[in-house]
Design a protein around this ligand. Structure first.
Ligand SMILES: Cc1cc2nc3c(=O)[nH]c(=O)nc-3n(C[C@H](O)[C@H](O)[C@H](O)COP(=O)(O)OP(=O)(O)OC[C@H]3O[C@@H](n4cnc5c(N)ncnc54)[C@H](O)[C@@H]3O)c2cc1C
Length: 384
């Protein structure tokens, strides 16, 4: 039987929630980790996410739903391991609709989730107002309440994970981009070249570069096809945060963000990005649309002011599912690239660290392997 060589030094390229989770898991199991980020840890998409930890929105593929359920459990374990304060908000999630078709779909999804042993309760609008007194919604509208769901302050979580790993001996190079990855004659990973001119000796790399993951993959001549799917997120400042949990109301998603801000997002407004702005530009018109939609649901937000808005790219492999694990043709090169990365970061971090250390591929990731995108051959149909 072939023995797996435990890597001595692993470069984690990109320190958002995915890189931080993999690096933290490796570090606590005795691996020398080097965190590398072109910017600051946690300040990429992870800081500009709706950040809802859930599996109720992941019902299209059962194995993906199961992975997200494991992601929710991994967050609860992580909160026990590192402490929940300042990043973990397990207050549940509300969803309701304002048209018949969407309401029918919501009730069908609630039945499906119940049949998969997922905790979902259908409340009335009047009952929900006892939980969230600031909401304006019809008394009899059905509202799906998923009590086990949560939201996460992604940047705070990343800072906590990196801080613990560094205290345990991990190295870091922040404000420094990876410019190249060196391999030997057998295509084994040997070095990482940085924008400051330094070259690090490593025997494995984890590509956790989020929306830039396909650029990093090209350093090992790998074609990782990704979708272009931008999203716009606005933070509005208010003297009193009027909502207690994450919610999908008609036309707007709302959640608290600390003691003085609310985060707003809407798939409908995302759909306007290309038409309204160059994604590099300040998007005030999109922010105003989000604010306007939020005021229909939470009237007291009318006095709030728009604080910050960003347009960011979702890190989505071309078939919509994560790419996690070693690329067999490049030993020592691993990917951790995923949408829903807030939900999935801790579970992907744990599973990938185990794979790097033991060589054992977890069955839970079987549908999400990098080799379903063979280099140079385009990409095949979505996983089973
Ligand atoms: C609008 C929107 C809403 C979302 N809502 C949710 C949600 O409700 N729930 C959910 O689970 N997920 C959600 N997501 C997805 C989730 O936010 C992402 O999947 C997750 O944050 C990705 O984390 P990451 O660590 O892969 O990427 P990032 O946080 O972007 O981290 C990647 C890091 O790589 C660095 N980097 C890039 N290139 C290089 C290089 N060459 N060298 C060094 N460093 C490099 C960057 O500086 C960055 O810090 C949402 C995303 C968007 C855009």
């Amino acid at each position: 039987m072939e023995t797996v060589k435990r890597p001595r030094r692993v470069a984690v390229i990109g320190v958002g929630i995915l890189g931080a989770s993999v690096g933290w898991n490796l570090s606590r199991r005795g691996v020398q980790v080097v965190f590398i980020d072109a910017g600051r840890p946690g300040e990429g998409v992870t800081d500009w996410s709706f950040s809802w930890v859930n599996a109720s929105n992941k019902t299209a593929l059962k194995s993906y739903f199961d992975l997200n359920v494991a992601g929710m459990a991994a967050h609860r374990e992580l909160a026990r391991a590192i402490g929940p304060d300042s990043w973990w908000y397990p207050s549940g999630h509300l969803r309701w609709a304002d048209d018949r078709a969407a309401e029918t779909k919501l009730l069908e999804t609630a039945s499906l989730l119940t049949s998969w042993d997922y905790r979902v309760e259908v409340l009335t609008g009047a009952e929900v107002r006892r939980l969230e007194p600031a909401l304006q919604l019809p008394d009899r509208v059905p509202v799906a309440f998923c009590a086990d769901e949560a939201w996460v302050h992604g940047r705070h979580l990343v800072e906590r994970l990196v801080g613990q790993a560094v205290a345990a001996g991990a190295e870091h190079r922040f404000g420094t981009a990876v410019r190249g990855i060196g391999t030997d004659a057998d295509r084994r990973i040997r070095t990482v070249a940085l924008s400051d001119g330094s070259v690090l000796d490593v025997d494995a790399v984890v590509n956790a570069a989020g929306p830039s993951a396909s650029e990093v993959a090209r350093f090992v001549a790998r074609d990782l096809p990704m979708r272009r799917e931008p999203g716009v997120v606005t933070r509005i400042g208010c003297t009193r945060v009027p909502v207690r949990r994450a919610m999908h109301a008609p036309h707007i998603e709302i959640r608290p963000h600390g003691d003085a801000e609310v985060v707003l997002h809407s798939r409908e407004v995302d759909g306007l990005i290309d038409a309204l702005i160059d994604t590099e530009a300040d998007p005030p018109e999109l922010a105003q649309r989000l604010h306007e939609a939020a005021c229909h649901v939470v009237p007291e937000l009318r006095d709030a002011r728009i604080a910050q808005t960003r347009v960011v790219q979702r890190p989505i492999p071309a078939d919509g599912f994560p790419s996690v694990g070693e690329v067999p043709s490049v030993p020592g090169y691993y990917e951790a690239v995923s949408h829903s990365g807030i939900t999935l970061g801790p579970v992907i971090g744990r599973l990938l660290a185990s794979e790097i250390l033991s060589g054992t591929r977890d069955a839970m990731l079987a549908d999400f392997r990098p080799e379903r995108f063979p280099s140079g051959n385009g990409w095949p149909s979505p996983p089973r």
